[in-house]
Design a protein around this ligand. Structure first.
Ligand code: GLA
Ligand code: ZN
Length: 683
């Protein structure tokens, strides 16, 4: 696999805002020397620089940027060049009020903050096109520029009149007629039938909050509009030089827009990782670490290749409730974990702390003290020194035989529904519970959405696919028919793509038949309530029982073998209500899990199932608590193993085969020692 950019090395970089220091040439000169000392080989510049690039309308000032890019390049530092659209300049916001966003309550913003422009406004689109054209004309052929960083953390929605009009046009194309739309949205409910397109308004707390089809289509529209805005941004960049890849930095499990759709317009996926570290009194970071790696795996899965870690803090993140710095030695650990899950870069927010405004106390490589003899600086340089030796990891691939089906539209829909558990249906939680045991045991996992091909995986997990499209159901059935193994779960296959409930047996579209069960009713639980799953026929060694919470779904077995039943304390309830079933379908097998089981169940069940299916972890051993592993294979066939200790205790791993420490050359025959928060890359 190829490197992500024309610079075939692991990137070690940071957000760099020289425009804040243009009156301090001494600082700018120091920056370059200090960056070299920190082993920085690329910087992201131009993020939020619009008022310096175009201080007055049409007055483009790009020389300062050219000077910076040239000087950096002369010193071996490459540029990730950002477009400035993430923050609009004040002159523009004043002259063109239409570019300021309108909230769902229909209130137009004043100027301020960032990430708050209208995606529809023709004026803003034109202004963005113009500035991006200037940037592209000047820099697209500059050998220093290796990547376009488009805008910043693209997010949010606008409810202005322009957006409303665009939404109606989008709906007209989608439905053709109002009759079709009324039918799809079930608008006769509470007499909400539309008789004119102009009656349709985006969802609002002061207006229409209860037509689920409307809410869903509004979210789809916002994603489409954001993507078309993005396409407008990149058109001049691509016109100037189609070979420079484009990226947009994602924000973890942010669900305001559908990243999977936006990914279709990206050459490279990147994300900004800010877990809330050091929350536990015992220093055990295992449960903080895994969701970040899950999102990294998602990024890697979206385009089926490595991604860039665009931002992480070298020390503190100043917007958290308590802003604990990454503790001594921790940056190396988080960096190696990111590499392990597919990152081809470690980049920081930020190079230098600003003197004023909202992020002056955010962590940075250079603090206000302006010294390089700090422990953070040393740790950053250490990561850079390590990356310098890792050219072979560039573009290295991850092979996963397990896939988790994660459909963001289904996530939107299930969280918008009223009932059975309002505000805490927990679909993402269920997904992460399925991911966790594999992460702990070192199995690679891919994420797929409803559009993606999963036919090649050996084990498919389907956490709460509430909204089920007919074509996905068919592909799941075909996959199993041809020998695949699937785990279907509660609250799956209840509504179609309009969020209209399926009539007849569910899970719909033949999934009930596939699983050999039929949905009867849902019993949601309060936080302090639990039920128990009692195993009656263990397909492989399992505990006798497991705790259940949140949602217990009662199903009837119609052909499936019952593997576990609900244990309860209501004498009126039958004792043989299935909770876990197994069914053969074609050459494959379908399991159905009816309830939110505790982590221990997923760990026992899924790991045994993976073993049964012959799926191999990165390192075939039993890891002590808090120690995890992953692997990637380089273009020359070298296999890189990553082992991370998320605890502050000394640990030791039994190795099934000797491995060599990639940095020191030391060979570990059968025991690998790991210090507190230690991490190793082995080959
Ligand atoms: C986000 C933004 C950055 C910065 C950091 C601070 O990721 O992209 O501009 O504000 O947060 O953590
Ligand atoms: Zn708008």
């Amino acid at each position: 696999m190829q490197a992500l950019t024309s610079y075939p090395h692991m990137l070690h970089g940071c957000d760099y805002n020289p425009e804040q220091w243009l009156n301090r040439p001494d600082i700018l000169a120091q920056d370059i020397e200090q960056m070299k000392q920190a082993n920085i080989n690329c910087v992201s510049v131009g993020i939020f620089s619009w008022s310096s690039l175009e201080p007055r309308e049409g007055d483009y000032q790009l020389d300062w940027l050219a000077n910076i890019i040239n000087k950096l390049y002369a010193n071996g530092i490459y540029t990730v060049l950002a477009t400035p659209s993430g923050a609009k300049p004040s002159w523009m916001a004043k002259k063109y009020p239409e570019i300021r966003r309108v909230s769902a309550e229909r209130v137009r913003d004043l100027q301020g903050g960032r990430h708050n422009h209208c995606y529809t406004s023709p004026v803003y689109r034109e202004k963005v096109r113009q500035i991006n054209t200037k940037l592209a004309e000047r820099f697209a052929d500059h050998p220093a520029v290796i990547l376009w960083h488009v805008s910043n953390e693209i997010q949010g929605e606008c409810h202005c009149d322009l957006c409303q009009a665009a939404f109606r046009e989008w709906l007209k194309k989608r439905y053709g007629s109002l009759d079709e739309l009324n039918l799809a949205w079930w608008t006769t409910f509470w007499s909400h039938t539309y008789s004119d397109w102009d009656e349709i308004e985006s969802p609002s707390p002061i207006g229409e909050p209860c037509i689920h089809g409307l809410t869903l289509d509004w979210k789809r529209f916002c994603t489409a509009q954001t993507r078309s805005f993005f396409e407008n941004e990149i058109a001049p960049l691509k016109a100037a030089n189609p070979d420079i890849p484009v990226t947009a930095n994602f924000m973890g499990f942010y669900d305001g827009i559908n990243y999977w759709e936006l990914a279709k317009s990206l050459d490279v996926i990147s994300w900004d990782s800010y877990p809330n570290w050091h929350t536990q009194p015992d220093g055990d970071e295992t449960y903080n670490a895994f969701w970040a790696d899950a999102f990294s795996d998602m990024c890697r899965s979206m385009l089926g290749k490595p991604f860039l870690l665009m931002e992480n803090t070298p020390s503190q993140t100043n917007w958290m409730e308590v802003c604990r710095p990454k503790t001594w030695g921790f940056l190396r650990l988080t960096s190696i974990a990111n590499l392990a899950h597919g990152a081809d870069s470690i980049q920081y927010f930020q190079w230098r702390q600003s003197r004023g405004c909202a992020e002056k106390f955010h962590g940075a490589v250079m603090t206000h003290a302006n010294r390089t003899d700090t422990r953070v600086f040393r740790e950053v340089s250490g990561v850079g020194a390590m990356l310098k030796k890792l050219d072979g990891l560039c573009g290295a691939k991850t092979t996963a035989n397990i896939a988790i089906l994660y459909d963001l539209e289904s996530h939107w829909a299930v969280n918008d529904a009223k009932g059975p558990r309002n505000g805490s249906i927990g679909d993402n939680d269920l997904m992460l519970r399925m991911y966790l045991p594999f992460w702990k045991a070192g199995y690679a996992v891919d994420f797929v959405n409803s559009e993606m091909d999963f036919s090649g995986c050996h084990l498919l997990l389907v956490p709460m696919l509430y909204m089920l499209r007919a074509d996905v159901a068919k592909r799941i059935r075909d996959y199993v028919k041809q020998g695949g193994t699937v785990l279907l779960t509660l609250h799956t296959g209840l509504v179609d793509e309009h969020d209209l409930c399926y009539m007849g047996d569910t899970p719909a579209e033949g999934l009930a038949e596939l699983a050999g069960i039929r949905f009867l009713e849902t019993d949601p639980l309060y936080e302090n309530q639990h039920e128990t799953m009692r195993i009656v026929k263990a397909p492989f060694p399992l505990a006798e029982s497991y705790k259940l919470e949140r949602l217990c779904e009662r199903v009837a077995a119609e052909g499936a073998e019952v593997l576990a039943v609900y244990e309860h304390d209501n004498p009126c309830m039958p004792d043989d209500l299935p909770c876990l079933t197994r069914s053969s379908f074609g050459r494959g097998t379908a399991y159905y899990l009816g309830a939110f089981a505790e982590d221990r169940f997923f760990s026992d069940f899924l790991i045994s199932l993976a073993e049964r299916l012959g799926i191999q972890p990165a390192i075939d051993t039993t890891f002590p608590h808090g120690v995890v592993a992953a692997a990637r294979t380089g273009a020359d066939g070298t296999k890189y193993y990553f082992v991370m200790n998320w605890t502050r205790e000394q640990k030791s791993v039994n190795l099934p085969h000797p491995l060599k420490d990639f940095e020191t050359g030391k060979v570990y025959q059968n025991k690998l020692p790991l210090g507190p928060y230690g991490a190793k890359i082995l080959i």
